[in-house]
Design a protein around this ligand. Structure first.
Ligand code: SER
Length: 319
């Protein structure tokens, strides 16, 4: 980057925000990355959190204040309601996911920001999308509120780029697996809960059925992709809606078998709930050749490596 451009992370206390904040501060320096979240932090949390601002992304006035106060030039907008939570509160999910995005896009349109990162998701696809090796450009008829908000968001990002030259960049994240921070209300969260429960109780009751294959990615790869797309020269970003991004795919049965290699007594049971229908509408694997070609994307982790890393880190965290 233009090394001194200041960054604001919106949603810094969430699953992605926590790790992205840590990573960007290492890259660009503590004072160049401002954290913000809707969460009011305690005095103790504040003392160890670096520069932090409380921000409800629906409050455009407060967003302006923060951007001005810290001379922010780049925004990573991670605040959103995920798929499962959004189904329980569709009106609010739509408002938060869309108006939050507009508040940031409009600041860039006014010339106040130079670059924006906004995540899309595999949820932007739907049950009429080809499920295997889902292409970058394909049928997209999402049937969850979250997915509809991501698909609409993609269209708006491209529109702001074409119409107003807003430099907005985006990735369609698969399910993200991480140990540093808890996931928040997604359908792919089972792939994190399963590790916690394997260590804690030796068994897991999965809310998806055993053969439900979904595309997933380990958080370090997601952070790497996010930083790579944001650092890439603008001329390399040929897709301004959102890039397909792939790690690896597996089913609950397959991840359970991988865990059994390390915890032989591990038991999994299946009690699918409303999240099964969400998972069934999503792709099983993703073709990310455009990301590979345009800005040299390549993931590092596969299921075997992730299983070892998750179990090791969660055990250390517990000790
Ligand atoms: N991981 C998200 C979810 O399950 C998908 O982007 O909602």
């Amino acid at each position: 980057m233009a090394a001194k451009e200041k960054i604001l992370i919106i949603g810094s206390q969430g699953q992605i925000g926590t790790e992205l904040l840590e990573h960007l501060r290492k890259l660009y320096g503590l004072d160049n990355v401002v954290a913000s979240d809707v969460k009011e932090l305690s005095r103790e949390e504040l003392s160890s959190c670096g520069i932090y601002e409380t921000l409800n992304i629906l409050d455009a006035k407060r967003l302006h204040e923060i951007v001005k106060k810290h001379t922010i030039k780049q925004v990573y907008l991670l605040a959103a309601l995920l798929s499962a939570t959004a189904e329980k509160n569709p009106g609010f999910a739509w408002e938060l996911n869309m108006n939050g995005l507009f508040n940031v896009l409009d600041m860039a349109k006014e010339g106040l920001l130079s670059k924006i990162y906004w995540p899309s998701s595999i949820a932007a696809f739907g049950s009429t999308t080809p499920k295997q090796n889902t292409p970058q450009f394909t049928i997209m008829e999402p049937n969850t509120v979250y997915g509809i908000s991501k698909q609409a968001g993609e269209r708006w990002c491209e529109y702001y780029f074409n119409k107003y030259k807003v430099d907005v960049r985006s990735l369609r994240y698969p399910g993200l697996i991480s140990w540093k921070s808890a996931p928040g209300g997604g359908t792919t969260d089972y792939a994190i809960h399963i590790f916690h429960e394997a260590i804690k109780t030796g068994s897991y009751n999965c809310f998806l059925s055993e053969n439900t294959v979904l595309p997933m990615m380990y958080m370090p790869d997601a952070i790497k992709a996010t930083v790579n797309i944001m650092q890439a020269d603008a001329s390399k970003i040929k897709i301004r809606s959102s890039y397909n991004l792939a790690g690896f795919s597996f089913s609950p049965r397959e991840i359970a078998n991988e865990i059994k290699k390390h915890i032989p007594s591990f038991k999994i049971t299946y009690t699918p709930d409303f999240r099964q229908a969400i998972a069934d509408s999503w792709p099983q694997s993703i073709d990310d050749s455009k990301a590979q070609a345009d800005w040299d994307w390549k993931p590092i982790f596969d299921l075997e490596k992730v299983t070892i890393d998750m179990l090791t880190n969660l055990r250390n965290q517990k000790d």
